[in-house]
Design a protein around this ligand. Sequence first.
Ligand SMILES: Cc1ncc(COP(=O)(O)O)c(C=O)c1O
Length: 386
Amino acid sequence: MRFDTRAVHVGNEADELTGAVTPPIYTSSTFAQAKIGETKGYEYSRSGNPTRQRLERAVADLEGGKLGLAFASGLAAETAVAGLLRSGDHVIICNDVYGGTFRLFNQVFRNFGVSFDRVDARSPENLERAIKPNTKMVWMESPTNPLMLVLDIKEIAKVSKAHGLTLTVDNTFASPCLQNPLKLGATVVVHSTTKYIGGHSDLVGGAVVTSSQALYEKVKFLQNATGSVPGPFDCYLALRGLRTIHLRMERHSKNAAAVADALSNDTARVDEVYYPFLRRSPSYKLARRQMSAGGGMMAFRIKGGYKAASKFLETLKVFTLGESLGGVESLAEHPARMTHASLPPEERKRLGITDDLIRLSVGVEDTTDIVDDVKGALKAALPRHS
Ligand SMILES: Cc1ncc(COP(=O)(O)O)c(C=O)c1O
């Protein structure tokens, strides 16, 4: 079956007991045993829950992986994967990963003796050079946040494999609909299901997918041992979100491409636009090869710095000023003062997260309404620039 059919059906099979076509939400924390140790496959919902298992099966299938695990948040999923490392191990973190990922390694796992280096992985030579005898894992995102840099997963996987390293790809921004890193050679995929998988800004969750049985067993052990499981209601919501992910991603991508065009055409007010499928983008060719569409995320630099950026953000009507991304509603934010405010100022500067930068999570509303909203806010922010 093709992706769209699997998105609708996998994990959503009719309930065997009642025939219900919508998956039941099993809220039970514990399960009756006929005799001591004789179960129907479930004992206690931290170690296994039927609603969660449906979600785990669905995410794994859509990522083209064999095995999936669901978590209480994207960061809980990341923590379980990082928990594969031991004191003395070294990790290579590629380019601009999510700030919370950096914080996890810098302020949590570093305390447990796991070291890391950050590398510009646009060149495989940089990656090769950063590998140490104790390197165990490479961690990457593509496209990156907030500057939408596209990294070559296949190339990075090749180098990782040659050195026996686990390659973890955070596929949150692209979603399983637009890009499947396991098919490009990654070992593990992580998701914040809070974003495009859930798709409606009404849950916080995470997922891990792999085709390695051994790795799955280790992460499953950590899921149970650390107790970082999602509740059954959130699993149900994520599963429901997945059923329309193909429709949503198509519209997100169409709308975002239209906004990227409108922004690029307003050279009097806009300095730079970052969107993977923008023809002028340096990673356009790679993005076309690696992703089936451009997705809903983009960023741009407005002329006039913070003053113009804040006026733009406060004038928008269809877009809501807010953090997070991947929901059906359009969101806009100021990375330097919002999502990336926790990064040290010199780090923000190094990454290009300056006061003129605005990030958009383009939703699935009417294309013309969205484009008009952006154009109107640009004019209000910079009335004399035309
Ligand atoms: C790319 C990426 N990965 C991971 C996370 C963390 O996910 P969560 O907020 O669900 O813990 C986020 C959150 O914004 C993200 O953008």
